[in-house]
Design a protein around this ligand. Structure first.
Ligand code: DHB
Ligand code: FE
Length: 284
């Protein structure tokens, strides 16, 4: 009987990885962000999940602009990080759980989603930085990973509703997984940011606060904006909130927010961390 213990939602700014490498977590610039992970560490220490199902976006490492899957699910036994240009290195290798990946893939395809299935996959900062944030002192990652990449990079992007529904299909798949694993769901990226173009540096505190107010208790409130609305509101990379929506969709039953942190800016990004528990969902 598997169980989704909860969800961790976090920005994945590559500069965080460099700050960790340099030990700057207590530096005045970084401390307000890193302090947001104290309750996450306590919760992970208590819950000790076995598997992380991670909704994130690939930033040109696996999928470049010539081939861009809307949804891609990893089904490898092993993964490794590679740097797509941010100067990040030294991430520990990742263990997969191919039997759960295939179970999820079969279930979401039966639910009429058509992901690309990846028996080999490189993981970029969108997944590796959140792992380092969650398990900073681990000599090896204490969880196996199912990576699920959503195209938030090259238009046309999927709709918020579609991402939320994908998350629900993944949650339903986990619900009928016969294994005993305790699972944590991660959603990475956001909040508002735009890295290039005329609006580079764009941050929208009001929209971010709207998302943070609703993502646990009323995630469907976020579906009132379509993808291009979100680009306008949150910036061209702020649309990474689609990953959060998918991750939230995967949490079933009673969801309770345990902690939330918002700090502006980290690099060009309004950085946020949210922890949710999903205690009541004991799945057969
Ligand atoms: C930054 C944020 C991102 O989400 C990303 O993928 C790359 C860079 C930034 O703010 O520097
Ligand atoms: Fe990003």
């Amino acid at each position: 009987m598997s169980q989704i213990a909860g969800g961790i939602f976090t920005s994945h700014v590559p500069g965080i990885g460099n700050a960790i490498a340099k030990g700057l977590q207590r530096d005045a610039y970084w401390k307000p962000f890193f302090d947001g992970f104290i309750p996450v560490h306590e919760w992970l220490e208590r819950e000790k999940p076995d598997v992380a199902v991670v909704f994130y976006n690939d930033h040109g490492l696996n999928f470049f602009l010539d081939k861009m899957p809307t949804f891609a699910i990893g089904a490898a036994a092993d993964y490794r990080h590679e740097d797509e240009g941010w100067g990040l290195s030294g991430f520990k290798p990742f263990k997969g759980i191919p039997e759960l990946s295939w179970h999820i893939i079969e279930h979401v395809i039966a639910s009429e989603f058509d992901p690309v299935t990846c028996q080999s996959m490189l993981l970029d900062h969108g997944l590796a930085v959140p792992f380092e944030l969650c398990w900073p002192d681990a000599s090896e990652w204490p969880v196996k990973v199912v990576p699920i990449s959503i195209n938030t990079v090259q238009h046309p992007l999927p709709s918020p509703k579609r991402c939320f529904e994908l998350g629900k299909a993944v949650g339903n798949a986990i619900a009928c997984w016969p294994g005993n694993e305790k699972i944590v769901v991660l959603g990475t990226g956001g909040l508002s940011h735009q890295l290039d173009g005329e609006r580079a540096g764009h941050i929208n505190v009001d929209y971010d606060k709207f998302c943070l107010r609703n993502i646990a208790s009323d995630p469907e409130a976020l579906l009132q904006h379509d993808t291009l609305d979100i680009v306008e509101l949150a910036g061209s990379q702020g649309v990474e909130i689609l990953n959060w929506l998918a991750a939230r969709g995967a949490l079933r039953g009673a969801v309770r927010e345990l902690a939330s942190n918002y700090h502006v800016p980290i690099s060009n990004t309004a950085a946020a961390t949210v922890l949710m528990e999903n205690r009541e969902t004991v799945l057969a």
